[in-house]
Design a protein around this ligand. Structure first.
Ligand code: BDR
Ligand code: CA
Length: 317
């Protein structure tokens, strides 16, 4: 069992990523730390708690972290994820007792007391940047760091060049790229855009496990409508679960190593500049996912959330 902290902003695809992480039974999830992103952190914490309820997990604590980006004003994605951040399903049974404050301190303390912690970051990097500002030393204990964010050879989803997580808090993203002692595994839109949950797959889910399928369907319906309206896709792109799957099995993605910095001002704000041509002559600080075996991802995702014996899921992907 690898020990992880999942830093996130739930968020529909964050919810699916947390579910994948728990159901994989391969991770010892020490805590979920929440930042503002898709929704304000307080709403995100309730959503995280709701997901833990669905997964019937009684032990994982939820910590609210930073409520605003380092410099920019918070811009949420409630148009994409719904006012409640979970597709306006308003199915809100959750245990408020597991929600605590002090996300940044939790990250620092956990790293201080262990030397085998990894972080999977599924939202803006505000909590991580804050923790680095307050105690850079403890990050020497960090095992590995995966960040869903950025875009390399593909267009952004907030501007022609910027992906949402880095665009919401570009200052935090850049600080993390410049200061983390270990290389960041950047799982960006180049690969996550290839992960599409289609109605066919949702129908298949229903046939296997109605309760879990109902949760997935309830939270993704709004998201699917958004995708049709803005992108003319039937289905929805689920970014964050790929970061978890990649952490569990890096062979899912092809990668390159390079120096990355994040643009913090001007028109290109939030862009992840991947110096694959080595113009800056700086040592690489990132491992960037450039391609993915999307069918293998979806197979793993389905087999993990919807364990079954005799169904060959391949035919539906
Ligand atoms: C990222 O932005 C958020 O809306 C998603 O949860 C994901 O983390 C994709 O750009
Ligand atoms: Ca997210």
């Amino acid at each position: 069992m690898r020990k992880v902290i999942i830093d996130c902003d739930p968020g529909i695809d964050d919810a699916l990523a947390i579910t994948l992480a728990i159901k994989s039974q391969k991770l010892d999830i020490l805590g979920l730390t929440i930042c503002s992103g898709n929704v304000p952190a307080e709403i995100g914490a309730k959503n995280a708690s709701r997901v833990l309820e669905i997964c019937e997990d009684a032990n994982i604590p939820v910590y609210i972290g930073e409520e605003t980006p380092l410099v920019r004003k918070l811009i949420t994605a409630q148009d994409t994820h719904g006012e409640d951040g979970l597709g306006e399903a308003y199915d809100m049974n959750y245990d408020s007792n597991r929600i605590k404050k002090g996300g940044v301190q939790f990250i620092i303390d956990t790293l201080k007391n262990n030397n085998d912690i990894s972080i999977i970051a599924l939202g803006p990097l505000t909590n991580i940047a804050m923790a680095l500002r307050q105690n850079k030393e403890v990050f020497n204990n960090l095992n590995s760091f995966v960040s869903m964010g950025g875009a390399f050879r593909i267009h952004g989803n907030c501007s022609p060049v910027a992906e949402f997580n880095y665009w919401v808090d570009p200052d935090a993203a850049n600080e993390v790229y410049q200061n983390l002692p270990t290389k960041i595994h950047m799982v960006g839109l180049d690969v996550t855009r290839k992960i599409v949950l289609t109605p066919n797959i949702i129908e298949l889910m229903h046939r296997i496990d109605t309760k879990m399928a109902k949760f997935v369907e309830d939270i993704t319906r709004f998201y699917i409508d958004f995708h049709w309206e803005y992108e003319k896709i039937i289905g929805c792109v689920i970014n964050d679960p790929l970061a978890v799957a990649y952490f569990l099995d890096p062979s899912l993605c092809q990668t390159i190593e390079s120096y990355v910095q994040v643009v913090t001002t001007g028109e290109a704000i939030g862009q992840s500049m991947v110096d694959s041509g080595n113009f800056y002559r700086k040592p690489s600080n990132a491992v960037i996912a450039v391609d993915v075996d999307s069918k293998r991802f979806m197979k793993t995702f389905l087999n993990t959330l919807f364990p079954h014996d005799e169904i060959e899921v391949e035919a539906y992907l």
